[in-house]
Design a protein around this ligand. Structure first.
Ligand code: HEC
Length: 242
């Protein structure tokens, strides 16, 4: 028979398969298949462990959760209240503090020269800490920020002959007002009255057209204050510029 491949023995003449074929298949049918790696059955012990853990957890929750009532862990008679210092609706930030905080961010413009500490660099960049240009008149200080300053000047008894670039094209009135408020208060400078953007607008009106380097002799008198300096804190417009 030409199409019989596997069988070592052909069917007998009466059509039955030979006994050697049957005896060859018997062990194969008897033996269990080898389990494939990674698909071995889990031991029964693991099922019992899980069952015990679930039972124990469930009964603990059932016994102590108080039926999951929302007030179960709240002290008797407790009424929730807004934290102190908040008007009940969210956290209220003091606008003056926020104004100076914005000034601190704006001060990054100045910190490259005057340093984050406000101490400057001896002989090169004058200090803003304890400086008479910061502690005295607001008009003079605003003027310096707007138009820059070309030495020589004396700050806290030390001579400087540097060149501060004008900031009026870089910073708007609000930014300058915030920076001035920050610098005049920070590092123990201690001036609590803030500078408003209206005050800086006034300084820009008075001095914004100055061209060329600004000298010490161009500055307003040391005690000249910009109008509006006594504005009560509550009247300060701390809305960000559009
Ligand atoms: C590129 C460096 C530079 C930058 C930026 C700069 N300044 Fe100045 N600033 C100077 C120098 C230099 C002087 C001294 C100029 C002189 O010798 O006449 C000075 C002087 C001053 C003075 C007067 C002197 C004193 O120490 O009190 C003030 C106030 C001042 N700067 C504030 C600021 C503020 C506020 C900013 C940021 C908005 C700023 N400066 C940005 C370099 C800089």
């Amino acid at each position: 028979m030409s199409n019989d491949i596997e069988f070592s023995q052909s069917p007998t003449s009466n059509g039955e398969v030979g006994s050697t074929v049957l005896s060859a298949h018997a062990p194969a049918r008897r033996e269990k298949k080898d389990p494939e790696t990674g698909h071995e059955p889990v031991t029964i012990g693991a099922f019992f462990l899980c069952a015990i853990a679930l039972l124990a957890g469930g009964s603990y929750l059932g016994a102590t959760s108080g039926g999951f009532a929302p007030d179960h862990y709240t002290m008797a008679g407790y009424t929730p209240q807004a934290p102190e210092g908040t008007g009940g609706g969210g956290v209220e930030v003091d606008p003056i503090v926020a104004w100076r905080k914005a000034g601190k961010q704006g001060f990054a413009t100045c910190a490259g020269c005057h340093q984050g500490s406000g101490l400057g660099t001896p002989g090169v960049y004058p200090p803003l800490v304890g400086s008479e240009f910061v502690l005295e008149g607001t008009e003079r200080m605003a003027q310096i920020i707007l138009n820059g300053l070309s030495g020589p000047i004396t700050v806290k008894g030390q001579a400087f002959a540097g060149e501060m670039p004008a900031q009026k094209a870089l910073l708007n009135d609000e930014k300058i007002a915030q920076i001035m408020s920050y610098v005049r208060y920070e590092w123990g400078n201690g001036i609590e009255e803030i500078v408003t953007k209206e005050m800086v607008a006034e300084a820009r009106k008075l001095h914004g057209n100055h061209s060329g380097p600004q000298k010490f002799s161009d500055l307003a008198p040391a005690d000249a204050m910009l109008p509006g300096g006594d504005a009560p804190a509550a009247a300060v417009d701390t809305e960000p510029a559009p």
